[in-house]
Design a binder for this molecule. Structure first.
Ligand code: AOF
Ligand code: ZN
Length: 365
């Protein structure tokens, strides 16, 4: 849908804007990551990225950086400049006022208050507008935000660590230290970019996870919401999942007995045959502006999300160990009879994390 052909220079500038946007990965939630580069005569005259919800948008930082040099420049933005007066003035107006000659956007912003109106306003002001440069990369960057705005539910990522023979725990339930320190640090980075970290009552009882972000340095991040799926609220008075600075939300069955004198955040979700309706759980989280959920739970809950067809990506650490035939499998409750029912996935990324392998997979739909 682009109006103008894009040059090699355009590509280089948008690539830079995308890299800038990524610097907000741990802090912009629930807002999208956005980067902006202002260039004139082949040179960058200003740049910026959105840092925090409530703070200035990327364009504002870039325009401040450029000052008078913005006049006649091209603005490269990874998301359509906004046209609404939200927490800040419309970026489209700011670009017009600054005298920018051309705007190249990677993609339209599906946010209902923008959704094409930003590009339209720029065009009406006589600015040359090009749309769609490196759109695939821009969509990849904000896949959580886009999932929430376009589908009304967060992106669902399931994180698991398994042995070479596809096992996640011994028959006793013991599962500590399957993956190594490199993988565990890597998990922290994925946690930091998540809007929420989800687990189940079973994991709270068995492993007592804290579900906080521990990056080991002073990198800034907005703490993800911790979510416990606990139909009967059996774990509400125990566990480290309520310790620390991050908020915690308990999702319970409609008929759960609510504890008295408890200040925990709780929400009811529908249950069928004793199990949560997981699509309703995700819709509830979408309403709460959760962009990206990372599930860190056992085989039962992970299997339930797979069986419900609600897994968008699988973050899988493969440790070079064998745990044997009696150890627990990756997913419970996901079973097929025929090869035609198999769940096919595509490896979108693979690398080493220390001695382990890390795979990022997405279902082939
Ligand atoms: C832009 N540039 O850098 C960002 C945009 O609450 P507000 O006022 O910050 O508005 C949030 C919405 O603005 C967000 O949902 C998204 O549609 C857009 N984000 N737009 O022009 C930016 N972060
Ligand atoms: Zn804006």
């Amino acid at each position: 849908m682009s109006d103008a052909p894009f040059s090699a220079l355009d590509h280089a500038m948008m690539a830079r804007a995308l890299r800038l946007a990524e610097r907000g990965a741990y802090t912009t939630k629930p807002n999208p990551m956005v980067g902006c580069v202002l260039a004139k005569d082949g040179e960058i005259v200003g740049e910026g990225f959105h840092q925090r919800t409530g703070g200035p948008h990327a364009e504002v930082f870039a325009l401040r950086d450029a000052g008078e040099r913005a006049r006649g420049a091209t603005a490269y933005v990874t998301l359509e400049p906004c046209s609404h007066t939200g927490r800040t003035a419309p970026c489209a107006d700011s670009l017009i006022e600054a005298g920018v000659a051309r705007v190249v956007g990677a993609m339209r912003d599906p946010f209902p208050q923008v959704d094409g109106a930003g590009f339209a306003r720029l065009r009406e002001a006589g600015i040359e507008v090009g749309v769609g440069l490196m759109e695939a990369q821009a969509r990849e960057l904000n896949r959580g935000f886009l999932s929430r705005v376009e589908r009304g539910r967060p992106l669902m990522r399931v994180k698991l660590a398994m042995s070479l023979d596809g096992r996640t725990a011994l028959a006793s339930g013991e599962s500590k230290w399957i993956s190594g320190p490199g993988s565990r640090l890597d998990v922290q980075r994925w946690r930091a970019r998540s809007s929420a970290l989800m687990t189940g009552a079973g994991t709270v009882l068995a492993d007592d996870p804290q579900l906080t972000v521990r990056l080991g340095d002073d990198t800034d991040f907005v703490p993800p919401l911790r979510i416990v799926l606990d139909p009967g609220l059996a774990t509400i008075h125990r566990g480290r999942v309520r310790e620390g600075d991050a908020p915690t939300l308990y999702i319970h069955a409609p008929d759960a007995r609510l504890p008295r004198n408890c200040d925990a955040d709780m929400a009811a979700a529908p249950v069928r045959n004793g199990r949560f309706e997981l699509d309703a759980v995700l819709r509830l989280l979408g309403e709460r502006k959760v962009n990206e959920v990372q599930l860190e739970a056992g085989a039962t809950l992970a299997g339930a999300f797979v069986a419900a067809g609600l897994v968008d990506e699988l973050l899988l650490y493969v440790a070079p160990v064998l745990l044997g035939a009696h150890a627990r499998p990756l997913f419970d409750g996901f079973d097929i009879q025929q090869m035609s029912e198999r769940l096919a996935m595509r490896v979108v990324d693979n690398r080493h994390t220390g001695d382990d392998l890390r795979l990022l997979l997405r279902p082939v739909r």
